[in-house]
Ligand binder design. Structure first.
Ligand code: ATP
Length: 257
Protein backbone atom coordinates (compact mmCIF):
# COMPACT_ATOMS: atom_id res chain seq x y z
CA UNK A 1 0.00 0.00 0.00
CA UNK A 2 1.29 3.49 -0.90
CA UNK A 3 0.09 5.02 2.37
CA UNK A 4 3.45 6.62 3.22
CA UNK A 5 3.64 8.51 -0.05
CA UNK A 6 0.72 10.73 0.92
CA UNK A 7 1.94 13.50 3.25
CA UNK A 8 -0.11 13.78 6.44
CA UNK A 9 -0.29 17.52 5.89
CA UNK A 10 -2.30 17.03 2.72
CA UNK A 11 -5.70 18.72 3.29
CA UNK A 12 -7.54 15.66 2.00
CA UNK A 13 -5.21 13.08 3.53
CA UNK A 14 -7.94 10.84 4.90
CA UNK A 15 -9.86 10.70 1.65
CA UNK A 16 -6.68 9.81 -0.24
CA UNK A 17 -5.79 7.05 2.23
CA UNK A 18 -9.28 5.61 1.80
CA UNK A 19 -8.87 5.78 -1.99
CA UNK A 20 -5.58 3.88 -1.66
CA UNK A 21 -7.33 1.13 0.30
CA UNK A 22 -9.74 0.60 -2.59
CA UNK A 23 -6.91 0.66 -5.16
CA UNK A 24 -5.00 -1.84 -3.02
CA UNK A 25 -8.14 -4.02 -2.98
CA UNK A 26 -8.26 -3.79 -6.78
CA UNK A 27 -4.62 -4.95 -7.03
CA UNK A 28 -5.42 -7.91 -4.75
CA UNK A 29 -8.36 -8.98 -6.94
CA UNK A 30 -10.87 -8.07 -4.23
CA UNK A 31 -12.35 -4.97 -5.88
CA UNK A 32 -13.58 -5.08 -9.50
CA UNK A 33 -13.00 -2.16 -11.94
CA UNK A 34 -16.68 -1.20 -11.54
CA UNK A 35 -15.99 -0.92 -7.81
CA UNK A 36 -13.41 1.81 -8.49
CA UNK A 37 -16.05 3.78 -10.40
CA UNK A 38 -18.59 3.28 -7.61
CA UNK A 39 -16.00 4.54 -5.13
CA UNK A 40 -15.49 7.71 -7.18
CA UNK A 41 -19.23 8.36 -7.12
CA UNK A 42 -19.19 7.98 -3.34
CA UNK A 43 -16.21 10.36 -3.04
CA UNK A 44 -18.11 13.01 -5.00
CA UNK A 45 -21.04 12.86 -2.57
CA UNK A 46 -18.69 12.82 0.42
CA UNK A 47 -16.93 15.94 -0.90
CA UNK A 48 -20.26 17.76 -1.22
CA UNK A 49 -21.27 16.58 2.26
CA UNK A 50 -18.02 17.95 3.74
CA UNK A 51 -16.49 14.53 4.53
CA UNK A 52 -18.05 14.29 7.97
CA UNK A 53 -20.72 12.25 9.76
CA UNK A 54 -23.82 14.44 10.04
CA UNK A 55 -26.54 13.99 12.69
CA UNK A 56 -28.81 12.14 10.25
CA UNK A 57 -26.02 9.59 9.70
CA UNK A 58 -25.34 9.23 13.43
CA UNK A 59 -29.05 8.55 14.04
CA UNK A 60 -29.13 5.93 11.25
CA UNK A 61 -25.96 4.29 12.60
CA UNK A 62 -27.46 4.17 16.09
CA UNK A 63 -30.67 2.55 14.82
CA UNK A 64 -28.54 0.04 12.87
CA UNK A 65 -26.57 -0.92 15.97
CA UNK A 66 -29.83 -1.28 17.94
CA UNK A 67 -31.07 -3.66 15.23
CA UNK A 68 -27.78 -5.59 15.12
CA UNK A 69 -27.98 -6.10 18.89
CA UNK A 70 -31.63 -7.18 18.99
CA UNK A 71 -32.27 -9.06 15.73
CA UNK A 72 -32.59 -12.85 15.92
CA UNK A 73 -30.17 -13.31 13.04
CA UNK A 74 -28.29 -10.17 12.01
CA UNK A 75 -25.98 -10.44 9.00
CA UNK A 76 -23.32 -8.03 7.72
CA UNK A 77 -23.15 -8.44 3.94
CA UNK A 78 -19.66 -7.71 2.66
CA UNK A 79 -18.70 -6.94 -0.94
CA UNK A 80 -15.26 -6.19 -2.38
CA UNK A 81 -15.32 -2.45 -1.71
CA UNK A 82 -16.53 -2.84 1.86
CA UNK A 83 -13.87 -5.48 2.60
CA UNK A 84 -11.10 -3.34 1.08
CA UNK A 85 -12.16 -0.30 3.12
CA UNK A 86 -13.03 -1.75 6.49
CA UNK A 87 -12.05 -5.43 6.93
CA UNK A 88 -10.75 -5.05 10.49
CA UNK A 89 -13.64 -2.81 11.51
CA UNK A 90 -16.28 -5.20 10.09
CA UNK A 91 -14.78 -7.94 12.28
CA UNK A 92 -14.93 -5.76 15.37
CA UNK A 93 -18.52 -4.70 14.72
CA UNK A 94 -19.51 -8.35 14.18
CA UNK A 95 -17.81 -9.41 17.43
CA UNK A 96 -19.47 -6.64 19.43
CA UNK A 97 -22.97 -7.31 18.10
CA UNK A 98 -22.93 -11.06 17.41
CA UNK A 99 -23.66 -10.49 13.71
CA UNK A 100 -22.76 -13.07 11.06
CA UNK A 101 -20.40 -11.90 8.28
CA UNK A 102 -21.26 -13.09 4.75
CA UNK A 103 -19.36 -12.32 1.56
CA UNK A 104 -21.99 -11.47 -1.02
CA UNK A 105 -21.06 -10.17 -4.45
CA UNK A 106 -22.72 -8.55 -7.44
CA UNK A 107 -19.86 -9.68 -9.71
CA UNK A 108 -19.58 -13.09 -8.08
CA UNK A 109 -16.87 -15.57 -8.88
CA UNK A 110 -15.87 -18.25 -6.40
CA UNK A 111 -12.26 -17.08 -6.74
CA UNK A 112 -13.13 -13.54 -5.69
CA UNK A 113 -15.26 -14.80 -2.79
CA UNK A 114 -12.24 -16.85 -1.61
CA UNK A 115 -9.89 -13.84 -1.92
CA UNK A 116 -12.23 -11.65 0.09
CA UNK A 117 -12.70 -14.33 2.77
CA UNK A 118 -8.89 -14.67 3.05
CA UNK A 119 -8.47 -10.91 3.28
CA UNK A 120 -11.13 -10.65 6.00
CA UNK A 121 -9.50 -13.48 7.96
CA UNK A 122 -6.04 -11.87 7.63
CA UNK A 123 -7.63 -8.78 9.15
CA UNK A 124 -9.00 -10.60 12.18
CA UNK A 125 -12.54 -11.47 11.09
CA UNK A 126 -12.78 -14.79 12.93
CA UNK A 127 -15.83 -16.23 11.28
CA UNK A 128 -17.06 -15.64 7.73
CA UNK A 129 -19.64 -17.50 5.68
CA UNK A 130 -17.65 -18.39 2.60
CA UNK A 131 -17.82 -20.02 -0.82
CA UNK A 132 -18.44 -23.43 0.79
CA UNK A 133 -21.64 -22.41 2.56
CA UNK A 134 -24.91 -24.12 1.65
CA UNK A 135 -26.32 -21.94 -1.15
CA UNK A 136 -29.76 -20.55 -1.91
CA UNK A 137 -30.92 -18.23 -4.67
CA UNK A 138 -32.77 -14.94 -4.22
CA UNK A 139 -35.70 -14.94 -6.63
CA UNK A 140 -35.75 -12.15 -9.20
CA UNK A 141 -31.96 -11.99 -9.49
CA UNK A 142 -30.30 -13.98 -12.23
CA UNK A 143 -27.45 -16.23 -11.18
CA UNK A 144 -24.75 -15.66 -9.93
CA UNK A 145 -26.00 -12.28 -8.59
CA UNK A 146 -28.68 -14.03 -6.56
CA UNK A 147 -26.54 -16.58 -4.69
CA UNK A 148 -26.60 -16.26 -0.89
CA UNK A 149 -25.79 -18.55 2.03
CA UNK A 150 -28.67 -20.45 3.61
CA UNK A 151 -27.25 -19.80 7.10
CA UNK A 152 -26.64 -16.13 6.32
CA UNK A 153 -28.67 -13.65 4.31
CA UNK A 154 -31.22 -16.31 3.32
CA UNK A 155 -32.38 -16.86 6.90
CA UNK A 156 -31.47 -13.44 8.37
CA UNK A 157 -34.05 -11.04 9.75
CA UNK A 158 -31.73 -8.01 9.55
CA UNK A 159 -29.07 -7.26 6.94
CA UNK A 160 -26.49 -4.47 7.01
CA UNK A 161 -25.03 -3.87 3.57
CA UNK A 162 -22.76 -1.23 2.05
CA UNK A 163 -22.33 0.23 -1.43
CA UNK A 164 -24.89 -2.21 -2.76
CA UNK A 165 -26.62 -2.26 -6.13
CA UNK A 166 -30.27 -1.18 -6.10
CA UNK A 167 -31.67 -4.38 -7.67
CA UNK A 168 -30.10 -6.54 -5.01
CA UNK A 169 -31.23 -4.29 -2.17
CA UNK A 170 -34.79 -4.40 -3.55
CA UNK A 171 -34.63 -8.20 -3.86
CA UNK A 172 -33.38 -8.60 -0.27
CA UNK A 173 -36.19 -6.32 0.90
CA UNK A 174 -38.74 -8.42 -1.02
CA UNK A 175 -37.53 -11.43 1.00
CA UNK A 176 -38.91 -9.63 4.05
CA UNK A 177 -35.62 -8.58 5.63
CA UNK A 178 -35.07 -5.31 7.45
CA UNK A 179 -32.24 -3.64 5.55
CA UNK A 180 -29.76 -1.00 6.63
CA UNK A 181 -27.61 0.40 3.81
CA UNK A 182 -24.45 2.47 3.93
CA UNK A 183 -24.59 4.66 0.82
CA UNK A 184 -23.29 8.19 0.36
CA UNK A 185 -25.74 8.85 -2.48
CA UNK A 186 -29.21 9.49 -1.02
CA UNK A 187 -30.66 9.46 -4.58
CA UNK A 188 -29.60 5.85 -5.24
CA UNK A 189 -32.20 3.10 -5.39
CA UNK A 190 -30.47 1.37 -2.50
CA UNK A 191 -30.66 4.53 -0.36
CA UNK A 192 -34.32 4.98 -1.29
CA UNK A 193 -35.26 1.32 -0.68
CA UNK A 194 -33.52 0.58 2.61
CA UNK A 195 -35.35 0.73 5.95
CA UNK A 196 -32.33 2.54 7.38
CA UNK A 197 -30.11 4.60 5.08
CA UNK A 198 -26.71 5.57 6.41
CA UNK A 199 -25.60 8.50 4.25
CA UNK A 200 -22.00 8.38 5.43
CA UNK A 201 -18.63 7.08 4.25
CA UNK A 202 -18.41 3.31 4.89
CA UNK A 203 -15.24 3.28 7.02
CA UNK A 204 -16.32 6.32 9.04
CA UNK A 205 -19.79 4.79 9.51
CA UNK A 206 -18.37 1.45 10.66
CA UNK A 207 -16.01 3.12 13.14
CA UNK A 208 -18.95 5.14 14.51
CA UNK A 209 -21.00 1.95 14.90
CA UNK A 210 -18.15 0.20 16.74
CA UNK A 211 -18.12 3.02 19.31
CA UNK A 212 -21.91 2.93 19.57
CA UNK A 213 -22.00 -0.88 19.96
CA UNK A 214 -19.81 -0.53 23.07
CA UNK A 215 -22.38 1.81 24.67
CA UNK A 216 -25.60 0.37 23.27
CA UNK A 217 -24.42 -3.13 24.16
CA UNK A 218 -24.97 -2.19 27.83
CA UNK A 219 -28.55 -1.00 27.27
CA UNK A 220 -31.70 -2.94 28.06
CA UNK A 221 -33.75 -4.58 25.31
CA UNK A 222 -36.48 -2.00 25.97
CA UNK A 223 -34.11 0.94 25.45
CA UNK A 224 -32.84 -0.59 22.20
CA UNK A 225 -36.42 -1.20 21.00
CA UNK A 226 -37.14 2.48 21.67
CA UNK A 227 -34.17 3.57 19.56
CA UNK A 228 -35.50 1.39 16.72
CA UNK A 229 -39.06 2.65 17.10
CA UNK A 230 -38.12 6.33 17.19
CA UNK A 231 -35.93 6.22 14.09
CA UNK A 232 -37.53 7.79 10.98
CA UNK A 233 -35.73 7.04 7.71
CA UNK A 234 -37.73 9.51 5.59
CA UNK A 235 -36.67 12.27 8.00
CA UNK A 236 -33.05 11.12 7.78
CA UNK A 237 -33.14 11.15 3.96
CA UNK A 238 -34.78 14.59 3.94
CA UNK A 239 -32.08 15.89 6.30
CA UNK A 240 -29.33 14.56 4.03
CA UNK A 241 -30.86 16.32 1.01
CA UNK A 242 -31.19 19.53 3.05
CA UNK A 243 -27.47 19.44 3.91
CA UNK A 244 -26.52 18.84 0.26
CA UNK A 245 -28.86 21.66 -0.81
CA UNK A 246 -27.63 24.15 1.77
CA UNK A 247 -23.95 23.45 1.08
CA UNK A 248 -24.46 23.88 -2.66
CA UNK A 249 -26.64 26.93 -2.07
CA UNK A 250 -24.03 28.54 0.15
CA UNK A 251 -21.27 27.77 -2.37
CA UNK A 252 -23.36 29.14 -5.23
CA UNK A 253 -23.89 32.42 -3.32
CA UNK A 254 -20.29 32.91 -2.25
CA UNK A 255 -18.41 31.42 -5.19
CA UNK A 256 -15.58 30.62 -2.78
CA UNK A 257 -16.03 28.30 0.19
P1 ATP B 1 -28.39 2.11 -7.24
O1 ATP B 1 -28.30 0.85 -8.06
O2 ATP B 1 -28.60 1.85 -5.77
O3 ATP B 1 -29.35 3.15 -7.77
P2 ATP B 1 -25.69 2.76 -8.10
O4 ATP B 1 -25.91 2.29 -9.48
O5 ATP B 1 -24.94 4.03 -7.89
O6 ATP B 1 -27.01 2.90 -7.27
P3 ATP B 1 -23.64 1.01 -7.17
O7 ATP B 1 -22.64 1.62 -8.04
O8 ATP B 1 -23.81 -0.45 -7.23
O9 ATP B 1 -25.05 1.58 -7.30
O10 ATP B 1 -23.40 1.38 -5.64
C1 ATP B 1 -22.40 2.11 -5.13
C2 ATP B 1 -22.99 3.14 -4.18
O11 ATP B 1 -22.12 3.24 -3.07
C3 ATP B 1 -23.07 4.52 -4.82
O12 ATP B 1 -24.31 5.10 -4.51
C4 ATP B 1 -21.94 5.32 -4.15
O13 ATP B 1 -22.31 6.66 -3.96
C5 ATP B 1 -21.81 4.61 -2.82
N1 ATP B 1 -20.44 4.61 -2.27
C6 ATP B 1 -19.27 4.44 -2.92
N2 ATP B 1 -18.22 4.46 -2.10
C7 ATP B 1 -18.73 4.65 -0.85
C8 ATP B 1 -18.15 4.73 0.45
N3 ATP B 1 -16.84 4.65 0.65
N4 ATP B 1 -18.98 4.89 1.50
C9 ATP B 1 -20.33 4.94 1.32
N5 ATP B 1 -20.93 4.89 0.12
C10 ATP B 1 -20.15 4.73 -0.96
Amino acid sequence: MKELEIPKSHPRYRSLIIREKVVDGFRRGIVVPEGLIAHGRGEAFDYILGEKSWDFAIEAEKATVAWLLTASKPVISVNGNYAALAAREIGELARLTGAIVEVNLFYRTEDRVARIVDFLKQNGVDSVLDADCEKERISGLESPRGIVCRDGIWSADFVLLAMEDGDRTEAIKRMGKIVSAIDLNPFSRTAQTADITIVDEALRATNNMIKMAKTLGKMSKEELENIKKNYDNVEALKASFRVIFSRLNEASRKGLI
